[in-house]
Design a protein around this ligand. Sequence first.
Ligand SMILES: Cc1ncc(C[n+]2csc(CCOP(=O)(O)OP(=O)(O)O)c2C)c(N)n1
Length: 685
Amino acid sequence: MSVKASPTAAAAPAERREQPAASPAIAHASMANAIRALAMDAVEQAKSGHPGMPMGMADVATVLFTRFLKFDPATPAWPDRDRFVLSAGHGSMLLYALLYLTGYEAMTIEQIKRFRQLGSITAGHPEYGHAPGVETTTGPLGQGLANAVGMAIAEKHLAAEFGDSVVNHKTYVIASDGDLMEGISQEAIALAGHLKLNKLIVLFDDNGISIDGALSLADSVDQIKRFEAAGWSASRVDGHDPAAISSALEKAQKSEKPVLIACKTTIGFGAPTKAGKASSHGSPLGADEVKGARERLGWKPAPFEVPADILSAWRAAGARSKAALADWNRRLTALDGVKRTEFDRRMKGAISQQALTAAIRTVKESLAATPKEIATRTACEFALESLIPALPEMIGGSADLTGSNNTRTKAMKAITAEDFSGRFIHYGVREHGMAAAMNGMALHGGIIPYSGTFLVFSDYCRPSIRLAALMGKRVIHVMTHDSIGLGEDGPTHQPVEHLAALRAIPNLLVFRPCDAVETAECWQLALEANDRPSVLALTRQNLPQLRNRLDADNICARGAYEIAGPDGHADVSIFATGSEVAIAVDGAKLLAERGIAARVISVPCFELFLNQQEEYRRAIIGNARVKIGIEAAVRQGWDAIIGSDGIFIGMTSFGASAPYKELYKKFGITAEAVAHAALTKLGKF
Ligand SMILES: Cc1ncc(C[n+]2csc(CCOP(=O)(O)OP(=O)(O)O)c2C)c(N)n1
């Protein structure tokens, strides 16, 4: 599949390509070569990086950025800009070069010179939040493509809500062979095809090369047929022919389906010996090769220098959408005042604190008046009944477990290809695609996505959860069936190590509420955390309501608090989360019968607790002689609370298939076990 670049092929674009619309005086090839030169120079200077992809895709990117992409470097957060996702994040220099050339103020030539250096905004792979114009963090292949699906869903939903006079943009993606080989891409393209996301346009860098060599070593998929089978419109073009690229993009503007344009390119285009070869993929070309490439491309300026006429043609391309932006501003101003204020609020990601507080208060008042012995997944639905009408930015979903996850309230309408005004997404059995699409929605803005699956399948979502945490985006994962407490489905479905594994991800809040009241409070905390993702781990089995008093404050906000205990000194402190808090309370009662005073601390969120001031942490951890932790999961992570000499009652193996009460007995997670362990440690046995 790979196209070998011959010297003629390398020189060809300059002669036969038409001129860009942005600046008729400058040939397309010169503009594309500016990208190639910057990529070569930056990688050479950094002594690391990936020159091959930017050199290969320079023509495609030039056509896209000079003729099609709607964007304004001076207004990078313009809500109605087209989104551009470089899914093949290893080609980061392509994006940095484009941002510099089109005139993003922060992306100076100095930053390009400091590619991959500490403190620069030009990280090895594009990092969301480092540089304006970087729409998402990419590098783990497949993620960007799946993020883009979420962005395109967000666009359609917000257009349905606010009208296409203010929301009407495209989502463009550059994806590589690696992106398309990753499993997540199948989930993403299937969902996009099903929802007929016709404003999603993927430019596939069809270069037939990956790290190990020719793609034929490991892949023989016909991508055109694959995408067509998923409901896309797909075509193939010469990725070095601007006219062909342009006409494919032109056609894509009016598509009724998502669009794949497979662009046949030569990796490392222009390099004399490495073009078309894996050797140009991920390391500096070397001085001789760079020299040869410059000769072939006819590029004479010194390293990092872009001739003034070429730079000004690029800057003109960057200014192309100024009139569109002005028109958009006029249309926004013409919106009804209430709608406009709401649009601004939504795009800023500012929740209505008043609406949220009132919704949670309603839930808590109801629970104080009529306590509920229900599973926390059911409590979640109860909370959502108040939250969904109060917070229109919440878009729910489930990976084909809607009835089990309880993430859909009665009034919620599903999003369909024909009608995007709904607020619930049937993601299908696509946990990874779901989590990545949620990131895309959060990145797009205007939406707080939440979803549902079983906690054990957090493994299937983990790469995207990690990226949400790295990017600091508010996405909320409702993960039910959170322990052996799910019972008969057995060890394949019973999470054991998952809480520890999720808690290991920096910047992720893992909530495990113990009853209906804590569930409502944890929802509030997740929604208020506008710069980080959350997981709500919820039970399948019913739990008693332990909090019967109406608390005006959010008692879960500090991550851990004493939920039961003696007024004075305690000999034993029992820490527990979720379903095990009730067991801890019962254990404390058994100890009281033996004259031992025990306090019970509910720990709905480790991360929030461990971030409290030392004074609070000390007070909660306390100085009882015996510290016990209970969680129907592995011990890892618990020593921070109970100390390495604390007693842990939990799981040391996988679970088993049986009714859940029997499982708790079999694995020794009982009130009796708690009392026995405490008494033994106190020498009372
Ligand atoms: C999930 C994931 N696995 C592995 C890698 C390491 N990696 C970076 S690029 C790449 C494949 C390169 O092939 P291709 O995607 O075709 O890019 P090209 O060589 O054409 O630039 C791999 C395996 C990664 N970035 N992400």
